[in-house]
Design a binder for this molecule. Structure first.
Ligand code: NAP
Length: 456
């Protein structure tokens, strides 16, 4: 797709960008390779200084960075500011911890020799990233790899080109050498060719299953390590002993944060029968209070989706659900107003033969299921192709922990929806992908765990 800024609040095109030619991409990889040869030799203090500076620039220019996010993909302005803060925190986190994470591990071989595993850089990492958190997705791969001595070339989503450029500029301004972080405006169909370049040593994707399967296939063919952070359809389990006030507040946030466009959004509400009516009534009341409008306006609580195409897609998926027997207890269609909007919607009566049953609703549409008991809740939660996050609501923490252990996902949160922090490993299983970003795990993905052995 061509790189363009289109404001989803009114669907007006703001700016378009030219994609790189094949020769220009090759020159960028040459530049990354030259930068890598120097960057890999730098010490942690040098790398740390760049990360710290990037964090401080982000905080100083928060309004400017946030405005671009809201302009390009419609995130509510306060949420965009929150994303800028989180991005700065992740820079700081790796600045402060990378050296400890990457310290050599001393081994004690039985033969009496000495040995250690050191964590060396590997080279250029290609990153393919989505629009839903235009900076946070980038820092997850940039801070880790740059601190590990790698360099990155990044294909960002075509609808957030100004954010892509702003992030590249940020790192240059923070003191990263030219070529250590390169933004590539390339069409997704050219990604395979980049992976083939022998200097690309790893590939990180965050995006849909379709993009993940395509890129992972190519990386496999070229024998390159990849990490895949893909879609999700997180269960939000409410047991009969849950604090319903808390569960409703978190349910609203879990489904509506980022206008429902989070990989770890609460997409399937699974509620035990004895509290199902009450929970549904309260959640519906919460959804009905949302105020649709301009995401730049702080009074707005339901902004547009990221693009007209995204709004059409979720409206069509909702219509399919209804055609096959689902009931919209609130919402169900697009409002009559310009822009990429969709009503806040709750769908009930979704049977297993409904074609949407296994689909990911990437927008403000909740699927609501009632189940007889805890066992049925676990079974339904696990009846998904995805395995990203999920949550369990119960006042009995030991019980919630037992339930969490039986959920087949990479992350389960108790008494709040799955969320992210610099020091919590993020990632999934099944079709949600493999590998982890953030925390110590994230920085370990693209390093050479090299064994060094010394004869006694
Ligand atoms: P997407 O269409 O897969 O796009 C993501 C990125 O992949 C974009 O840069 C896109 O480029 C590129 N792309 C698409 N098809 C490709 C292909 N065949 N080869 C190479 N690159 C390709 O996903 P999206 O709709 O933007 O994002 C939403 C999805 O991401 C959801 O499923 C969501 O759950 C998932 N997600 C997962 C995580 C996680 O950490 N697990 C986090 C956020 C989002 P273009 O923009 O040029 O098409």
């Amino acid at each position: 797709m061509a790189y363009k800024t289109v404001n989803p609040f009114n669907n007006e095109e703001v700016k378009s960008f030219t994609s790189l030619t094949e020769q220009e991409v090759a020159a960028k990889i040459d530049q990354a390779d030259a930068a890598y040869k120097k960057w890999r030799q730098t010490d942690f203090a040098t790398r740390r200084a760049v990360m710290k500076k990037a964090a401080s620039i982000l905080r100083a220019k928060k309004a400017e960075f946030a405005r671009l996010v809201t302009l390009e993909m419609g995130k509510l302005i306060a949420e965009a500011e929150g994303e800028v803060d989180l991005t700065a925190d992740i820079f700081d986190y790796y600045a402060d911890n990378a050296e400890t994470f990457l310290a050599p591990e001393i081994l004690k071989p039985k033969d009496g020799g000495t040995a250690f595993v050191e964590h060396d850089s590997v080279g250029i990492i290609l990153c393919v990233e989505p629009w839903n958190f235009p900076y946070y997705q980038l820092v997850r791969v940039a801070a880790t790899n740059l601190m590990a001595g790698n360099v990155v070339v990044v294909k960002h989503a075509s609808i957030v080109p100004q954010c892509a450029e702003a992030f590249e500029k940020l790192l240059l301004e923070a003191g990263a050498p030219e070529g250590a972080y390169i933004n590539l405006f390339v069409d997704s169909k050219h990604v395979g060719k980049i992976i083939e370049d022998r200097r690309i040593r790893g590939v990180a994707v965050t995006g849909s299953e379709k993009a993940g399967a395509s890129v992972a296939g190519k990386a496999g063919e070229c024998l390159k390590k990849s990490t895949m952070e893909l879609g999700g359809s997180d269960a939000f389990i409410v047991l009969e002993d849950a604090d319903l006030d808390k569960a409703c507040q978190w349910g609203l946030w879990g489904r509506m944060n980022n206008t429902g466009q989070c990989c770890v959004a609460a997409k399937r509400f699974i509620v035990v029968e004895s509290v199902a009516d009450e929970f549904l009534k309260r959640l519906t009341a919460c959804f009905s209070k949302l105020s649709m409008g301009d995401p730049m306006d702080r009074a707005t609580t339901l902004g547009p989706l990221s693009s007209e195409a995204a709004a059409q897609e979720i409206a069509e998926l909702t219509a399919t659900a209804i055609k096959h027997g689902a009931k919209a207890v609130i919402g169900g269609k697009r409002p009559e107003r310009p822009g990429a909007f969709m009503e806040a919607t709750i769908l009930t009566n979704i049977t297993k033969d409904n074609p949407v049953f296994y689909r990911e609703f990437f927008g403000p549409v909740a699927m609501f299921f009632r189940v007889p008991d805890e066992k049925a809740a676990i079974e339904l939660a696990n009846d998904s192709e995805f395995g990203l996050g999920g949550s369990v609501f119960s006042k009995d923490i030991e019980r919630a922990k037992r339930v969490a252990s039986q959920i087949d996902t990479g992350m389960v949160f108790i008494n709040r929806p799955t969320w992210t922090a610099p020091d919590l490993p993020f990632g999934g299983v099944k079709h949600s992908g493999y590998g982890r970003e953030l925390a110590k795990e994230g920085i370990m993905e693209f390093v050479n765990r090299k064994l060094v052995y010394i004869e006694k």
